[in-house]
Design a protein around this ligand. Structure first.
Ligand code: BGC
Ligand code: BGC
Length: 730
């Protein structure tokens, strides 16, 4: 392992300095050239494997069992227990927090715990884990990125890798070494309350987005000062349970399990993911945590996973269906291949039982050594022995402008335009607009679960920009934007009404929807008020999954799936106003009705919108610094009109109009083909690239006086949809 001089945590020689540090409260000891390694394991110039061997040979049984123990920070009866019980890892569960909640306090808390952990004879640092599943989401003021379902819609693995890096930097700024992310679940039933944690329903999407692992860890673990250990979770088949039941039973043949759920883990292992978390769920009735074949034979041997396996929260003590640990449960899990147990509370009982199983020979010493080797290897690789404390130089990256700009970009790229009748979108920035809906002005709703709390909640939970704030900021005159949550006061004077509606925050266990999957009464009431005004309604759907909206869709001119965008709501308005054309594609199949669930690409069912669907429109040209038309300004519009259609095909006509003040000598019109193919085109010349058609004028119809029109027509295979072509004049 190589050490960078710019260390992530101030260098100390743990064993020598730990006690002194604990006593003096020293925070930073600069890397000193004269520091000496008393033992080989303390020598960073030695290969990691040698350091592990040396350390292992010095460890007592208590040291080893402690390394396999992970506890919730708030479970510590006394902080000194961390050292007394030789506990190897601490986590913050979804509702674990610090007060006041800011990056500083998190870093202080981390350092204080780490100093305690270092106060053992061998000075082995603890490793601290947290669920930073869409940004460092426990920390107030952190950048909250779109949940994975939105990132899946971007189809942009490089962007996801950059997000991984940004999250790692924010985590490093609070000291935290280990992220329980990414969820590489393949969500096959939208009833599942964790559907939004999935990048998409087809294995290739989560597989492609395993770039998050590389973003977070770096090319090699610990080579970079902000490198954080990633977790591929939840192994295996969490998104495949019957009925989409959280923690349920995945009933599949081995061939199906392997082809649908295994590929993302294979990719994560290739990328060197440091840890894998097991799933609460079962495969054909056997819990993952008890599944030696899946964990040891497939993951560790066949895929060659060399990191460590962590159990899920209290999952081991659920194995016998009753709460409370038994020795038998612990032996089953450890022998199946669990290396570290997320206890997370009763560490005394857990350690007593674990020791009992080892002493009775039901868990072998070799298995304990293997688990320790795996855990310690990652601690060494991360550089924890050299840099156990927070590198405060990263603390200012928490919620930084740079990270928020990246999140805004991700929000834009994740928007999926599902309907745009008559080209109602993009909205004009000077239009008189009405905005409504319970999620228009609510950071909590737009962030969803796992945001400042396990289940998330509505309201101003953290700093950010709501969708409404984004709309107001983009409008030429914010006073032309009227907002009422319930849609009261809307009338026919508005150019459009934007309704931001959908789901309120939820997470695992509480988020399953076994019954109806439609909008709630409040949303339906708001939408009815908007519809009654006769103004075109644009719906922005904030939700963790597709909803059952087929009955309302005819009332809406446009539908934009915004997923759970996080704190940067201006990424949504960027698309609404056409500063950025929508490019997102559905990462999941959109049900025609809840009764279709599960509905997935290729299953022969006819959905409302297929997997991969997503419309677009021309971006608005950059705003003219001087908006008054000048003689000679070139401008045109294109009006798409579907003509006759037949089974499998249609005919359409497009009218081009010179809307500028001077003559045009040529024009070009572009639109998204939405899967159709043009078979014959007249009065223009066609080029097709990346699913988009571009038509240029013919020699005879390019010259247009101001106000004059020309048209072209075509026949095509497929369905016409509602394209909104853009026009450029020369
Ligand atoms: C979840 C995991 C999470 C863990 C720690 C569990 O309930 O299933 O995804 O990492 O808690 O918060
Ligand atoms: C914790 C979560 C955990 C969940 C599981 C919650 O209290 O905060 O982290 O995933 O319990 O039951």
């Amino acid at each position: 392992m190589s050490l960078t001089p710019s260390v992530r945590r101030p260098a100390v020689v743990a064993a020598l300095c730990a006690v002194a540090l604990a006593l003096t409260g020293l925070t930073a000891a600069a890397p000193s050239p004269e520091r000496v390694a008393a033992h080989p394991y303390q020598d960073p110039s030695l290969p990691v494997a040698d350091r592990v061997d040396d350390l292992l040979a010095r460890m007592t049984q208590a040291d080893k069992l402690g390394q396999m123990t992970q506890i919730e920070k708030d479970a510590l009866a006394a902080q000194s227990d961390l050292a007394a019980y030789r506990i190897g890892s601490v986590l913050s569960g979804g509702d674990s927090t610090v007060s006041p909640n800011n990056a500083q306090t998190w870093a202080d808390t981390y350092d204080s715990l780490q100093r305690t952990a270092l106060g053992t004879p061998l000075g082995i640092p603890m490793i601290y884990g947290i669920d930073a599943v869409h940004g460092h989401n426990a920390v107030r003021g952190a950048t909250i990125f779109p949940h994975n379902i939105g990132l899946g819609a971007t189809r942009d693995p490089a962007l996801v890798q950059r997000i991984g890096r940004a999250v790692a930097e924010e985590m490093a700024g609070t000291g935290i070494d280990w992220d329980f992310a990414p969820c590489l679940c393949v969500a096959r039933n939208d009833r599942w309350g964790r559907t939004y944690e999935s990048f998409g329903e087809k294995p290739e999407l989560p597989t492609a987005m395993a770039t998050f692992v590389t973003g977070m860890q770096g090319a090699t673990l610990g080579a970079d000062p902000a490198s954080v250990l990633a977790t591929a979770k939840h192994y295996l088949g969490d998104g495949g349970t019957t009925g989409g039941v959280d923690q349920g039973n995945t009933e599949l043949s081995e061939a199906e399990l392997r082809s649908i759920h295994l590929p993302p883990f294979q990719e994560a292992v290739k990328r060197g993911v440091g840890s894998v978390m097991l799933s609460y769920s079962s495969w054909n009735g056997v819990r993952s945590h008890a599944h030696k074949y899946l964990v040891t034979d497939v993951l560790k041997r066949e895929l060659g996973f060399s990191g460590f396996v962590v159990s899920d929260w209290a999952a081991v003590d659920q194995l016998d269906g009753q709460t409370g640990f038994t020795g038998a449960e612990i032996a089953t899990a450890v022998n199946a291949g669990v290396d570290m147990v997320m206890v997370p509370h009763d560490y005394r009982k857990f350690l007593t039982l674990l020791r009992g199983e080892v002493d009775a020979g039901r868990i072998s010493a070799a298995r304990i050594d293997d688990a320790n080797r795996r855990i310690l290897t990652k601690k060494f690789e991360l550089g924890l022995f050299e840099r156990p404390l927070t590198d405060r130089s990263y603390t200012s990256t928490v919620g930084s402008a740079e990270h928020r700009a990246l999140a805004r970009q991700a929000v834009r790229a994740s928007q999926v335009l599902l309907k745009n009748e008559g080209g109602v979108l993009p909205l004009a920035k000077n239009a008189k607009l009405f905005v409504a809906g319970k999620s228009a002005d609510d950071i909590g709703n737009q962030s969803g679960g796992w945001t400042l709390g396990w289940q998330g909640r509505s309201g101003p939970v953290t700093e950010g920009t709501t969708v409404l704030q984004g709309i107001r900021a983009a409008a030429t005159d914010p006073s032309r934007v009227t907002y009422d949550r319930y849609g009261n006061g809307v009338d026919g004077s508005y150019a459009a009404a934007v309704a931001v509606v959908g789901e309120t925050p939820y997470a695992e266990m509480r988020g399953d929807r076994p019954g109806a999957m439609g909008l709630d009464q409040e949303d339906l009431g708001t939408l009815a008020r908007l519809k009654a005004s006769g103004v075109p309604v644009v719906v922005v759907l904030v939700s963790g999954r597709p909803l059952d909206i087929a009955a309302q869709l005819p009332d809406w001119k446009a539908l934009l799936a915004a997923w759970l965008p996080g704190t940067e709501g201006n990424g949504v308005s960027d698309v609404l106003f056409g500063d950025h054309a929508p490019t997102g594609r559905l990462p999941v199949t959109w049900m025609r009705s809840a009764s279709q669930q599960p509905v997935n690409d290729g299953d022969g069912k006819t959905p409302l919108f297929p997997y991969g669907h997503g419309l677009t429109y021309e971006e608005r040209p950059a705003p003219d610094p001087d908006p008054t038309p000048e003689p000679g300004d070139k401008a045109c519009t294109a009006q798409f009109k579907a003509g006759s259609s037949w089974s499998g095909g249609y005919q359409a006509e497009v009218t081009v109009k010179n809307t500028g003040t001077g003559p045009l000598t040529g024009w070009s019109v572009g639109w998204d083909l939405g899967g159709s193919t043009i078979t014959n085109l007249w009065n223009g010349s066609l080029t097709v690239a990346q699913g988009r058609a571009t038509v240029r004028n013919s020699s005879f119809n390019g010259t247009l006086a101001p106000g004059a029109t020309a048209s072209f027509g075509f026949t095509a295979n497929g369905t016409a949809g509602t394209p909104a072509p853009g026009c450029a004049g020369t």
